[in-house]
Design a binder for this molecule. Structure first.
Ligand code: NAG
Ligand code: NAG
Ligand code: NAG
Ligand code: NAG
Ligand code: NAG
Ligand code: NAG
Ligand code: NAG
Length: 362
């Protein structure tokens, strides 16, 4: 064997987040030619729809001049691992952008990432003397965000966890509920927590997960009674009492209780249904409350006083008084008229007798 034989040696050194590839070509003993390609982050993870940048630098022996650079994607074709230039892949033509130059920068950007952009990417460059391609690759993972709520069915008081699923490690995730930032992804469920949640990655707020609904179920709260005719009620008013409450699921069973004003402690059931109709107030005065119920529980309203207005009672008394007076006056009038008539009758009789007497005497 001649002494000018070519010896090839390959070294691959893994430094944290950095893979320099050093290929020493020893052409002649004593003459060292060195070249390298360095990826700042060989395992980037990026969000679907976002932009990724492969920061990359390359080096070669002083004196060489770079003529051409290219990025390739690795693909299996008929069971063989091949590298296809991005420039030959139509789906990358508008989305890939070479940020590097013909000196030492070989950075690449890919816009509007798709799921199938996941894969191995290689860099190569040609100088006036050699063509070189990186042995190591950048492995890009493209992930979507998928928001989840645990558990599926939540009752007030349960501990809820929000989980933002993604297929690779990303910077911290933040949550929004109906457009507002959520402080904690774990909390004790309350009625007010119902709504639509979505997650985003900090710094990439333009890429949103699909929203996920949280439906917190709770027994009736804030039970209240509405009187159909607020203000003064007259004795013959009819009144509807309507029970309303906040509940999830909505209250579907209402019970009405009535008690006397004097002892509200003993209340008895007087009806059911969301509306209680009282045909006349006069015979139904008292304290009322409604109990709203759903399958998670029940709650009472505060007591509502249904009574005839004070001034109306006075008016009634006044009216009765006037009536009695009118009757008395009428009776008196009748008696007077009768008495007068009786007196007139007897007077006429006397006159007639007088006439007879006159006639007789005439
Ligand atoms: C390229 O190689 C030269 C000589 O080996 C070295 O001085 C320089 O720092 C290297 N540059 C880069 C960007 O690696
Ligand atoms: C790239 O962009 C040009 C002009 O915007 C358009 O005509 C072409 O169809 C695009 N190609 C692909 C593969 O999207
Ligand atoms: C990736 O998927 C898009 C559609 O989602 C398709 O147009 C494109 O051809 C695919 N690219 C590759 C390399 O399979
Ligand atoms: C109940 O009423 C309180 C006070 O008005 C209110 O803050 C709360 O949001 C209400 N609850 C529901 C579930 O509507
Ligand atoms: C009470 O409800 C009934 C049936 O819904 C209705 O016909 C009536 O007019 C209501 N009465 C009042 C005073 O609102
Ligand atoms: C409403 O609740 C009461 C008390 O639990 C029950 O007896 C009644 O059957 C319920 N009514 C309906 C319609 O569910
Ligand atoms: C609601 O009121 C009824 C009638 O006074 C009573 O029996 C029941 O215990 C009350 N329920 C609650 C939860 O206070």
């Amino acid at each position: 064997m001649p002494k000018s034989q070519i010896h090839l040696k390959v070294f691959c050194v893994d430094v944290e987040n950095m893979i320099p590839m050093l290929v020493f070509l020893i052409l002649k003993p004593g003459t060292v030619r060195l070249w390298s390609v360095t990826f700042e982050n060989p395992n980037p993870c990026a969000l679907k729809g976002s932009l990724v940048e492969f920061r990359c630098s390359y080096n070669y022996t002083d004196g060489e001049t770079v003529r051409k650079t290219a990025w390739y994607k690795g693909a299996l074709k008929n069971g063989i691992w091949v590298r296809v230039a991005l420039s030959d892949l139509p789906s990358y033509q508008n989305r890939s952008e070479y940020l590097g130059d013909l000196q030492h920068n070989c950075s690449l950007a890919i816009h509007d990432l798709q799921d199938n952009d996941t894969g191995h990417y290689y860099f190569s460059f040609d100088t006036d003397m050699y063509g070189r391609r990186s042995k190591r690759s950048v492995y890009l993972s493209v992930t979507g965000l998928s928001a989840r709520v645990y558990p599926d069915s939540v009752r007030a008081g349960d501990t809820v966890s929000l989980e933002c699923r993604k297929s690779c490690q990303l910077p911290s995730v933040v949550w929004f509920k109906d457009g507002r930032l959520v402080a904690q992804p774990h909390f004790q469920a309350q009625a007010k927590h119902s709504g639509n949640y979505l997650c985003v990655v900090e710094g990439h707020e333009s890429v949103l997960s699909d929203p996920v609904a949280l439906d917190v179920q709770y027994p009736p709260l804030n039970v209240s009674v509405e009187v159909s005719r607020p203000g003064s009620l007259t004795v013959d008013s009819s009144v509807n009492l309507t029970c309303s409450s906040a509940a999830n699921p909505a209250a579907d069973n209402y019970t009405w209780y009535r008690g006397t004003v004097s002892s509200s402690s003993s209340m008895f059931q007087v009806g059911s249904g969301q509306v209680l109709s009282l045909p006349s107030v006069a015979s139904n005065t008292g304290l009322y409350l409604c109990q709203a119920r759903n399958r998670l529980g029940e709650s009472n309203s505060t007591e509502v006083l249904v009574t005839v207005d004070k001034t109306d009672i006075n008016r009634l008394i006044l009216l009765v008084g006037v009536g009695v007076k009118v009757v008395i006056v009428l009776l008196l009038t009748l008696v007077i008229v009768w008495a007068w008539r009786q007196r007139r009758k007897s007077a006429v009789g006397k006159q007639e007798n007088d006439r007879d007497y006159e006639n007789v005497t005439a």
